[in-house]
Ligand binder design. Structure first.
Ligand code: 5GP
Ligand code: MN
Length: 350
């Protein structure tokens, strides 16, 4: 059968076989069967969904010594708190230090692993599942497919090669991941193979309506007020990016506190901002700590924002990327603006 990941074609047969061997080489119930799964800091739907969906698949293969984690505070965004497999989640300081296999999900670079990066060198094997073009290749086995719409596409490719059948729990995790990273099946990489995978996930009996409502269409009242305020201070710079335009705004920790909100409520703030017709590029600057900002970049096609992010030590995809910035929001945005011109995507047919 053709899978969403086959058609993307970014992972070689050798890499798939090596990854299958890395899992099949462990015997559930043996001494050497500890598997540690890790996803990126400030996990999103793809990070958590691909990791937990895959972890449930490992459970179906008989593995019981499984732990899943992510760096930083052990706090899940509300919409992900009911994901199947959440019982496998442990705080980062409870991760296996002596895992026989470490697997990473949606992690583009070691910097996205925080303190958990220490788990890589002692691990007998590290398998990295990802779809970022900027992936640094830190795994021993790298299943990295930049044409895959989500890391969950890669995770499903490996599950099927391991002979794990999809069930409703695995499917719910993978569906959350797939719908998050495709913007609810709206982005360009929403290929026929993506819809085919979504169809197979839905065939397990999951409820796409209920899942979408929980993930995309439910937020506290205070979040609406907060987003209103943050959108109210958005600024348009029509001459940026060679005249393609840039729109930007920022949110501070004080904003969150004033409205009694957790940072995850700003995860989707980029969506209304990037809808601005007069700007190709959208930038959101979100305070992480004093003077430290999570910067989200989006382009409609004129700028390779992955190159912009990489220049500041981050990474991502061509049209969606991010990095950690320093200074004031204005300083961060001025620095980004300066980089945009150099990262314009030249039209192939002038
Ligand atoms: P978001 O703006 O939604 O946080 O991230 C957009 C994309 O950029 C995601 O694919 C995310 O993984 C990636 N990204 C965001 N921040 C960073 C970063 O600091 N480093 C790297 N390597 N990728 C990032
Ligand atoms: Mn992803």
């Amino acid at each position: 059968m053709t899978t969403a990941s086959d058609s993307a074609g970014g992972v070689t047969d050798t890499e798939w076989s090596a990854a299958v061997e890395a899992v099949r080489g462990l015997t559930p119930g043996d001494d050497g069967d500890k598997i540690q799964l890790i996803c990126h800091v400030n996990p999103d739907g793809d990070a958590l969904g691909s990791m937990l969906g895959f972890a449930l698949g490992l459970r179906r293969l008989g593995f019981t010594r499984l732990r899943a984690t992510f760096p930083g505070p052990f706090e899940l965004p509300e919409p992900y708190q009911t994901l199947p497999g959440r019982d496998l989640l442990v705080p980062d300081d409870h991760a296996f230090r002596d895992a026989d296999l470490v697997m990473t999900f949606d992690v583009a670079a070691e910097s996205r692993l925080g303190a958990l990066v220490e788990l890589l060198p002692p691990a007998p094997c590290v398998v990295a599942l990802d779809h970022h073009a900027s992936n640094t290749g830190f795994g021993r086995i790298n299943l990295v497919d930049p044409r895959a719409a989500a890391t969950s596409v890669v995770a499903e490719g490996l599950l099927s090669r391991l002979g794990v059948a999809l069930d409703a729990e695995i499917a719910e995790c993978l569906y959350v991941a797939l719908s998050t990273d495709t913007g609810s099946f709206k982005f360009d990489m929403t290929t026929p193979a993506v819809h085919e995978l979504a169809a197979r996930l839905i065939e397990t009996g999951i409820s796409p309506g209920a899942i979408s409502r929980r993930i995309f269409d439910t937020r506290p009242f205070g979040a609406i007020k907060l987003v209103g305020e943050v959108l109210g201070r958005a600024a348009l710079d029509p001459t940026a990016a060679g005249g393609r335009g840039m729109v930007w705004t920022y949110a501070t920790l004080a904003d969150l506190e004033r409205h009694g909100q957790r940072p995850y409520v700003l995860d989707t703030l980029i969506d209304p901002v990037r809808s601005v017709a007069e700007a190709d590029v959208a930038v959101i600057v979100k305070e992480l700590a004093a003077g430290e900002w999570a910067v989200s970049l989006r382009s409609k096609g004129a700028v390779d924002v992955s190159r912009v992010a990489t220049a500041f030590g981050g990474g991502g995809h061509r049209l969606a990327a991010g990095f950690t910035g320093h200074g004031t929001p204005g300083e961060v945005v001025v620095a980004v603006r300066k980089k945009l011109e150099a990262c314009l995507i030249q039209p192939t047919h002038p």
